[in-house]
Ligand binder design. Structure first.
Ligand SMILES: CC(C)(COP(=O)(O)OP(=O)(O)OC[C@H]1O[C@@H](n2cnc3c(N)ncnc32)[C@H](O)[C@@H]1OP(=O)(O)O)[C@@H](O)C(=O)NCCC(=O)NCCS
Length: 186
């Protein structure tokens, strides 16, 4: 879907988003638990914004074009360059906007950003097998399941098995004319 048809845009999370973000997190407790834990207090939010100012991670808000409201969040974590050129995705919808396709459109924009502008080669989402909404989201976006890793991530107080869902730039059809300068020649 061309970008102009999307009902959402992406923009980086920033300090000014604090009141709206915290209100949305509070309104989304039932949706997020037990899969996702987002900052729920001002100090934790501010530390989160600081963390995402670094070069290895990006926190992107999925915003509705009609109202400007924040519909969800997609983070590109653990960006590794060199021979890997890969990033790890974390994401959540916010309850008032969930289940309407905004996250699917936002994820499509993230693929264009990550493979086009950032020139990454691969994105991975680690998803617990019981998280059906999350698996539907990545499957719809063209990710493939690469397998299951036992005790992969510490979520909701325990090490949980996760399926690794991944997509490459070639699978998405978004291959840059020039590779990222940190990619070795051979
Ligand atoms: C996973 C999660 C982000 C998915 O968010 P979402 O709001 O359901 O995703 P979308 O915005 O793409 O909406 C998709 C749903 O809207 C429906 N929909 C309505 N209009 C639509 C449209 N125009 N386009 C696409 N889907 C549309 C779809 O049928 C779909 O429902 P389905 O998944 O039951 O088939 C959300 O469930 C969530 O925040 N979960 C908790 C946090 C979490 O698990 N994070 C991931 C950890 S791995």
């Amino acid at each position: 879907m061309p970008h102009k048809d999307h009902r959402v845009t992406l923009r980086p999370l920033n300090a000014d988003d604090e009141p709206e973000f915290l209100a949305l997190v509070a309104a989304s407790t039932d949706l997020h638990r037990p899969w996702m834990s987002l900052p729920g207090t001002p100090p934790v939010f501010r530390a989160y914004v600081e963390r995402y100012k670094g070069p290895d991670e990006e926190s992107l808000l999925v915003c509705r074009r009609d109202t400007g409201a924040i519909a969800g969040l997609i983070n590109i974590n653990s960006i590794i360059r060199g021979r890997f050129q890969s990033g790890s995705l974390g994401y959540a919808a916010f309850a008032p906007s969930a289940g309407r396709g905004y996250m699917s459109e936002g994820l499509d924009l993230v693929l264009h950003h990550a493979f086009g502008r950032l020139r990454l080669h691969r994105l991975e989402a680690q998803v617990q097998p019981e998280n059906h909404a999350s698996i539907r989201l990545v499957r719809r976006a063209g990710f493939r399941s690469e397998g299951r890793s036992p005790d992969l991530l510490f979520i909701d107080g325990a090490w949980r098995d996760h399926e690794r869902w991944a997509i490459t730039n070639a699978m998405a059809g978004i291959v840059p004319a020039e590779p990222h300068p940190t990619l070795p020649e051979r």
